[in-house]
Write a protein that binds this ligand. Structure first.
Ligand SMILES: Cc1cc2nc3c(=O)[nH]c(=O)nc-3n(C[C@H](O)[C@H](O)[C@H](O)COP(=O)(O)OP(=O)(O)OC[C@H]3O[C@@H](n4cnc5c(N)ncnc54)[C@H](O)[C@@H]3O)c2cc1C
Length: 475
């Protein structure tokens, strides 16, 4: 692998052709290397670049990133000795994708496993309670009434949906496991993963594997039991990186032999009979192939003049705002034995959840110090995510007090607002994405790949990037 750091550059302010040059009278000198542009330097863009080079080491790739740093939603900041994640804090090891990328790209030495003491998760509905992990825990938990539990146990006998129409997670949950289970467990879970609510997200788009269980086995329980028997093996463990997710992004990008142009906010994509042309105020560059690894609304902006129909479809993918407030404590009595908590909508709290980061990964706070990270807003209360910094801090501290009883003022605070944080796969998302991909397929050499379409988790982003790279490289 070749370090590309010295190749990273600010955007050039001239027109250029990547890798091949135009001669006069229409004749072109074409090198044997295909020139490929990737717009967006988040995990989707970087993983796509990595896998294209795996499939075709000769590919000449230029990656454009709008910001001065790579990573997109994967960014770690250091404040007063605390390592604070602005977005994702890791990935589950039960899917092979991210782990494979980590190993192949030579980043295994910075892998960090979450602490075994941080396995317990909590839900705040009427009070803080442990998330049941076994059948026995489920029968004794007070998170559900007896009626609610009996309804869950009825699941194998609930009628199966016979048509292929889309439905919300709420409709799916009410049908299969009942209202109570949906309003407590599914509600908290979807807030934690998608910053959404059961009524506003499509079950097949957001949880395809769960929906598949009903289709294949006629019941989630039956399906889970059969699948477990078939795929016996360890469950997933949350993994991250020493120094936070930015350490991985930094190392990964250095280990891919590509040109990286930072501070390059690409505005437009055009195509003439020969090339794709990427452009902004300072640069104009020509390529054989272009991959847009940008959020859907940014891709909409880039293709607006070139493909207006595609642009308006992309623009209609909605995003949930979510804000993160990190609270660092130099001393805190609470033992923080666990992973953290999620709240339910009906609990009416000012936070979606509180992650006990210093318990999950041992390098996030210095010895004796503790770090909490609250999530605010989402589809449940978008207005809270969009508050000013002071109000966000108030919401965070109120949420910590209400759910964990901690009134102590933190010594360190850090706020990150993601006004368009996570794509919300609303009902109709799958059909919309099919339409989008059909439109894209009409243009030879153009590809879309980011978390906007077929999965938001890092594992999904990486596996979709590998698939995209295969297509691009013709592998
Ligand atoms: C608060 C939060 C917590 C999360 N936690 C987890 C978690 O714990 N585990 C997990 O698996 N997932 C988590 N996720 C989801 C996961 O982080 C994202 O889905 C994933 O990082 C998205 O990667 P991406 O490359 O597709 O998009 P992005 O990270 O959004 O990257 C897109 C990149 O494109 C750049 N860009 C945009 N427009 C332009 C332009 N015009 N020109 C050039 N560049 C442009 C952006 O600057 C950005 O770098 C979380 C997300 C959020 C917001």
């Amino acid at each position: 692998m070749q370090e590309n750091k010295e190749k990273e550059k600010m955007q050039p302010n001239h027109e250029s052709r990547s890798e091949r040059s135009d001669n006069s009278a229409g004749t072109r000198t074409i090198t044997s290397h295909e020139s490929i542009a990737i717009v967006g330097g988040g995990i989707s863009g970087l993983a796509t670049a990595f896998y294209i080079k795996q499939f075709n080491p000769n590919a000449k790739i230029t990656l454009f990133e709008k910001e001065s740093v790579l990573g997109g939603k994967m960014k770690t900041v250091e404040k007063d000795g605390f390592l604070i994640e602005e977005g994702s804090n890791g990935f589950l090891s039960n899917k092979p994708d991210t782990l494979e990328l980590v190993k192949l790209s030579g980043c295994e030495d910075i892998l960090l496993k979450s602490s075994d003491e941080a396995r317990k998760r909590f839900i705040y509905d009427k009070k803080l309670e442990v998330l049941p992990e076994s059948a026995k825990d489920f029968l004794t938990t007070s998170l559900l009434s007896l009626k609610g539990k009996l309804r869950v146990l009825y699941e194998p006998f609930a009628p199966v949906k016979t048509d292929d129409s889309d439905e919300s997670l709420q409709e799916f949950g009410y049908r299969r496991v009942g209202k109570e289970m949906t309003n407590v467990f599914l509600d908290a879970m979807v807030a934690g993963i998608y910053a959404s609510t059961p009524s506003k997200i499509s079950a097949p788009a957001a949880f395809p594997l769960v929906v598949k269980l009903e289709k294949e086995y006629g019941s989630l329980f039956k399906g889970m039991i059969k699948k477990k028997k078939k795929e016996a093996g360890p469950g997933g463990v949350l993994m991250s990186f020493k120094g936070g997710v930015s350490a991985f992004i930094e190392k990964l990008s250095q280990n891919i032999d590509i040109d990286i142009i930072k501070n390059a906010d690409i505005n437009t994509l055009q195509k003439d009979e020969k090339d794709f042309i990427l452009q902004n105020e300072n640069l104009k560059m020509r390529f054989d192939k272009v991959i847009l690894s940008t959020p859907a609304y940014e891709s909409a902006k880039i293709v607006k003049d070139f493909m207006p129909k595609l642009s308006s479809e992309l623009d209609s993918i909605e995003y949930s705002p979510i804000s993160i407030v990190a609270a660092g404590y130099d001393t805190l009595k609470h033992t923080l034995k666990g992973f953290g908590l999620l709240t339910t909508t009906r609990a009416k709290k000012s936070v979606l959840g509180v992650l006990w980061d210093s318990s999950i990964f041992n390098d996030r706070a210095k010895e004796g110090k503790k770090l909490l990270r609250t999530m605010i807003g989402g589809q449940r209360s978008p207005e809270l995510a969009l508050q000013d910094e002071k109000s966000l801090i108030n919401s965070a501290l109120q949420g910590i007090k209400d759910t964990m009883g901690i009134e102590q003022k933190p010594d360190t605070l850090y706020v990150k607002r993601h006004d368009k944080g996570i794509p919300n796969y609303a009902v109709g998302h799958i059909q919309k994405v099919e339409k989008i991909m059909q439109l894209v397929d009409e243009i030879d050499g153009l590809y879309l790949n980011s978390n906007a379409y077929k999965g938001i988790g890092l594992n999904d982003c990486v596996s979709n990037s590998k698939l995209c790279a295969k297509k691009v490289a013709g592998a």
